[in-house]
Design a binder for this molecule. Structure first.
Ligand SMILES: NC(=O)c1ccc[n+]([C@@H]2O[C@H](COP(=O)([O-])OP(=O)(O)OC[C@H]3O[C@@H](n4cnc5c(N)ncnc54)[C@H](OP(=O)(O)O)[C@@H]3O)[C@@H](O)[C@H]2O)c1
Length: 203
């Protein structure tokens, strides 16, 4: 254990900042970070210019988005700007995707904001089945099994996602019916609009 955040910085070559964005001033103001250190910021929605003003350092600042799957070394971690030391840190943890600028970084950030909606989609399917009298544990087990199969099929990178979808769909069949009646143009446009609004806030 270190006595202070300054003590942590002094003992580190690479400083990882993972406090919540709203805590950053309390955690970072007044810290001295030598120009020879490397700072990795995991804070969502905090631009590097903003962080540089807070830290008042010329050290390289790199933003990164490690995903929960980093626990299993399966996170493709977006970094910006690319830095050999930081990219080498994340490479063995599932791979690294360095992007050219923060505009690109924000697009990937917005994508990460869709994770819990995906879980809620699955929870909604389960609750729909429960509403039709299925035992909750049966509905839960079935929906998990259904989508674990989808998860596995995603490792087939030889086909683009729309082709993967087509491969699971019979024309005019049951999947086609739900996709075209529920995930219709209006639904798709609403999702794009929500992502656009988030992206505008991240800029
Ligand atoms: N880009 C993305 O998609 C994405 C996704 C998830 C998370 N994130 C980012 O990852 C970061 C961490 O998220 P989290 O969910 O892990 O948050 P969290 O669980 O709330 O952890 C925040 C940490 O900051 C520490 N902290 C707060 N104030 C501090 C201070 N003054 N000095 C030292 N440490 C302080 C807390 O310490 P205590 O436990 O001692 O209070 C805690 O360990 C956040 O910046 C979040 O925006 C980004």
């Amino acid at each position: 254990m270190c006595a202070s955040n300054q003590d942590v910085v002094n003992r580190s070559d690479v400083v990882i900042i993972a406090v919540r964005p709203q805590d950053r001033h309390e955690a970072l103001t007044g810290l001295r970070v030598d120009d020879g250190k490397i700072v990795v910021s995991l804070m969502g929605g905090v631009a590097n210019d903003d962080l540089r003003r807070t830290l008042a350092t010329a050290a390289p600042l790199v933003r990164a988005i490690p995903l929960p799957a980093i626990h299993e070394r399966r996170s493709v971690t977006v970094t910006c700007p690319s830095h050999p030391v930081v990219d080498a840190l994340f490479e063995p943890l599932g791979g690294v995707l360095p992007v050219a600028d923060e505009a690109a970084f924000n697009v990937f950030s917005a994508l990460t904001a869709t994770l819990t909606s995906h879980y809620w989609y699955l929870a909604t399917l389960t609750s729909w089945a429960t509403g039709h009298g299925m035992a909750p544990e049966d509905a839960d087990r079935y929906v998990r099994g259904l989508f674990q199969g989808v998860g596995r099929s995603l490792s087939d990178e030889s086909r683009p996602l729309d082709r993967l979808a087509a491969a699971h769909e019979t024309p005019n069949g049951l999947n086609h019916r739900i996709r075209t009646t529920w995930f219709d143009q209006a639904n798709s446009d609403a999702l794009r609009a929500a992502l656009d609004a988030l992206l505008a806030d991240l800029r």
